[in-house]
Structure formats: structure tokens, C-alpha cells
Design a binder for this molecule. Sequence first.
Ligand SMILES: Cc1ncc(C[n+]2csc(CCOP(=O)(O)OP(=O)(O)O)c2C)c(N)n1
Ligand SMILES: [Mg+2]
Length: 392
Amino acid sequence: MADEKRTARAQKDGTEKKSKATKKDGSRHADADRSTDTVSAEGKAEARRHSVEKAETRAKATAKRKGLRKLTGLDRDGLLGMLERMMLIREFEEQCANLYRAGRIRGVTHTYQGQEAVAVGTCTALRIDDYITSTHRGHAHVIAKGGEVDLMMAELMGKATGYCKGRGGSMHIADMTRGILGANGIVGGGMGIAVGAALSSKMLGRDTVAVCFFGDGAMNQGILHEVSNMAAVWNLPVVFLVENNLYGMSACLEDAMACPELDLAKRADAYGMPGVTCDGMDVVDVYLAAKEAVERARGGGGPSYVVCDTYRFLGHHVGDPLSYRDKSEVEPWRALDPIPRLGRQLVADKLATQAEVDAVDAATRAAIARALAFAEASPDPDPSNLTEDVFA
Ligand SMILES: Cc1ncc(C[n+]2csc(CCOP(=O)(O)OP(=O)(O)O)c2C)c(N)n1
Ligand SMILES: [Mg+2]
């Protein structure tokens, strides 16, 4: 067949396939001949409605859930501890956004409001010597893994007492004493590090597990294919933890992902590993899914994917004008806020009174206020040390 004919046939086949996909999910432009097959505004609105309706159905199903201790295997302190960590993250992020708006934090700051259940549910399933790799939206991962908010706040404000002596800022916080191998400004940048950590666990005969946090946007980074394959081939103790908040910057899932209508956890099938999707607005559901994946990895059962369906209440970064998403989209997600949701369940389950829940809230606000005072009182880095810790 002549080259032009082959190309024409391939184009025709491609067009036909796209047309079928359009008919099936109804979300694509009818004009499938265009080389960039974008999604219509109606298609996106429909997809967004579908996402939140799915989340609402899950929330209804678990609202009256009783017996949290039995379900999770956690005691009252463990369950209240999850509430505390989520509240600590929320307050840290709120203050962080305020400081950024006031010009007291430099650079770009990505906050995590709305997604707290993902970091906390996952890290509650981990031991202190397990590893995590984080993302550009990483404050929550550090707090959930037990990191110190004073050192974090000082780092964000560029103070000498910060985690990285004020040289790293928001996207470079690490704490080797707690297995926190670092946030990362490179989308997908933590993936190789996590699989490397898992490989080291295996080679050293240790039973530590690595959790690799990343977003739906990062799912399309090439390195994920390499490390997923490698982790499966070598049966490494790693969990690929996807935070599916439906957006990568201003691009929604439907614009950036082939087959967005498919369950993202199905990607795991390609590597012969298990993949599950859980309710990322419910800390208990995330904990149960993460626990199963972590225990499998620790027991020699190899890697897996856990996809958490969630939503970021605020913009991609503080100051994002949010022109790409309709305001009305946010309210139904806010109604699924994971923090009051756990609070209500603890009260309904008679594991805490409302007064106790409120007391945890007050204590976490006080802890963040202390962190802020610590950071404010801390010295700036001494310019004479500028070249210290510089290796290249
Ligand atoms: C390699 C690389 N490409 C692009 C960017 C710019 N960038 C920063 S965050 C982001 C979106 C990431 O989306 P997702 O992985 O879904 O995480 P989310 O922001 O939703 O938490 C992009 C494209 C980057 N930092 N690194
Ligand atoms: Mg995302």
C-alpha cells in the first residue's frame, strides 16, 4: 500500500474509533476529524456532575456506618488521631494561604484543602520507618506522616530553623527520620525515588513499604510506566497512591486523559497488579484501601495502585483565578468535606462527644498558631552560610 493510502486508512480508522467513543460517553465533540479532540463544555459539565454524584452516593452509603473500631481495627485514640491530623492539615493550609496572600511566603504554594482524607488515611496505614514520596502539593503528606508543623512553617517562611534551613520552601520538605523522602516540584518526580526506596527495602531484607503519592495529572508522565513495570517485574513493596482531584492545573481529567470514562485503577491491569478505587473524601475508606495495599506489599505480595477520588476546594495554587471551573461545582464537594464527616461519624458511633471533637479542633488551631509564632521568631538564614549543603 502506498504511504498516502496507508495514512488515509489510519486516519479513517482513528476517526471511526473516536466517533464510537463519542457516542458511548457523549462527552466528546462530534467533530472527531480535528487532530486535537477536545471536550465540549457540556461534556465537561456532565462529567463533573457524574463525579460528584458518585461521591454523594458513596457518602450516603457510609453516613450511618457504625462500629468504626471493629471496621478499622483502630482504637478510639487512633480514630481521633486521624481527625486531629486532618484538622491540623486544614489549619496549616489556611494559614499558609493567608501568609502567601500577605506576601510573607515567597514562591508558589499549592494547598490541600478538601483532600485531607487521602494523606491521613494513607499514612495512618504506615509505620514511621515506611517511606513516602510526595508532590508539589505536599504539606499534608508531611503532616500526615507525623512531620513537625513548626519546622514546616519556618521552612515556608524561609527561616533558618526550617526543615531545609529555609532553602527549600514549600516544594522541598523532607524528613528522613520519618521516611519522608521529599516533596517534589517535578510532576512525577517522586515516582522513581519511591520505587528505588522499595527496591532498597527488598535488597536489604527489610519489611518497609514505600508509598508514592501523585495526582491524576501525573498519571500521564512516562516514568510511571517504567516504574510500574519495574515494580511489578521485581515484585517490589510499593503502593502507587493516586490523588484523583479531577484537575491537573487548569486541565480537567477529560481534557488530559485518554479514556477518562474508565476507572483509573484499571491502569494497574497493564502491569498485572491489583488496583482499587476508594472514596477519597472519606478517611476511613482511604485507610481501609491503603491498609490492604500496604499489608500486601509488606507481606511480599508486591505493588498495587490505590486511586482516591477527591477534590481540591481551592485553586491549583494560592492566587489561581480559577477561570476554568464553575463556582457552582465546588459547593456539592464542600458538603462532602472529610473533616466534619469523620467528626459526625465519631459522634454517631459514640466514640466522642461533639465537645471532644470541638476540643480537637481548638487544639490543632492552637498548635498552628504556635508554629507560626515559632517561625516568626526564628532568624533568617545567615548569608555567610550560603554555599553550605550545596553539592553541585
Ligand atoms: C514535569 C512537569 N511538568 C509540568 C509541570 C507543571 N505542573 C505543576 S503541577 C501540574 C499539574 C499536576 O496535576 P496533578 O498531578 O493532577 O496534581 P494536582 O495539582 O492536581 O494535585 C503541572 C502540569 C511540572 N511541575 N513538572
Ligand atoms: Mg490532579
